[in-house]
Design a protein around this ligand. Structure first.
Ligand SMILES: *Cc1c(COP(=O)(O)O)cnc(C)c1O
Length: 219
């Protein structure tokens, strides 16, 4: 975990938020970073997120970064800090419904598809416009759209990664202008992981999700 201070310093200078991705890692590893001041942690599975939430200090800000099934929203709605992986209007409706039960407004990011891989979740630009223009969306009062999240293709070709991140940044700017001009909460662009976070920051990221570089490789 000796990388933490260097990464933190780099990101702080650029005003970028670090989400430490602790999936598969034991609570002791989370506490080690917590003790050094880290408060934002990300998990990709609801079950694991719940278990860690129960065990860990309550001032941790938990980010759900992995694919979320509608029937599991209820398990995290009371306390999840931000959901990065909203990829449909129906999921957003369910988040809204569960948030209302707890009298909350849950911050959400719309996961945007930018990679050349069939396996990555997310909406394309046309789907994002359709969602944001729908009357259903307009009626959702217990969610807040705070920005976008995306993942680049898993490749060593930096030019492909850069082009995808710039594409995401362009979509972000278009949506901000079109739908969120007066809405300051639409400000987060969650892009960049261990292998590509510096490229992401150069391309305008405001939040990176870093796992293996902080905690070591996963099994
Ligand atoms: C696992 C994961 C990360 C972190 O990946 P690393 O390569 O370990 O930094 C970031 N974002 C999402 C959505 C993930 O599932």
């Amino acid at each position: 975990m000796s990388n933490f201070e260097d990464i933190k310093l780099y990101l702080t200078e650029k005003n970028v938020t670090l989400v430490a991705v602790s999936k598969t890692k034991p609570t002791a590893a989370i506490l080690a970073l917590y003790d050094r001041g880290q408060r934002d942690f990300g998990e990709n599975k609801v079950q694991e997120l719940r278990e860690k939430y129960e065990e860990m200090p309550k001032d941790i800000r938990w980010h759900l970064i992995g694919h979320l099934q509608s029937n599991k929203v209820k398990y995290i709605a009371e306390w999840v800090y931000m959901i990065h992986s909203v990829d449909s209007l129906s999921l957003l409706e369910e988040i809204n419904k569960q948030a209302a039960k707890h009298n909350r407004i849950i911050p959400c990011l719309l996961q945007t598809y930018i990679a050349k891989e069939e396996t990555k979740f997310g909406m394309d630009e046309a789907e994002l416009h359709a969602l944001l223009q729908s009357s259903t969306f307009a009626g959702l009062k217990n969610i807040s759209i705070n920005g976008l999240m995306g993942m680049a293709t898993n490749t060593s070709d930096e030019e492909i990664i850069r082009a995808e991140f710039l594409h995401l940044k362009a979509i972000f700017s278009t949506l901000k202008q079109t739908y969120f001009n007066e809405a300051s909460q639409f400000s987060m662009l969650s892009m960049g992981m261990s292998s590509d976070y510096k490229i992401a920051v150069e391309c305008g990221s405001s939040m990176v999700r870093i796992g293996s570089l902080l905690f070591g490789e996963r099994q």
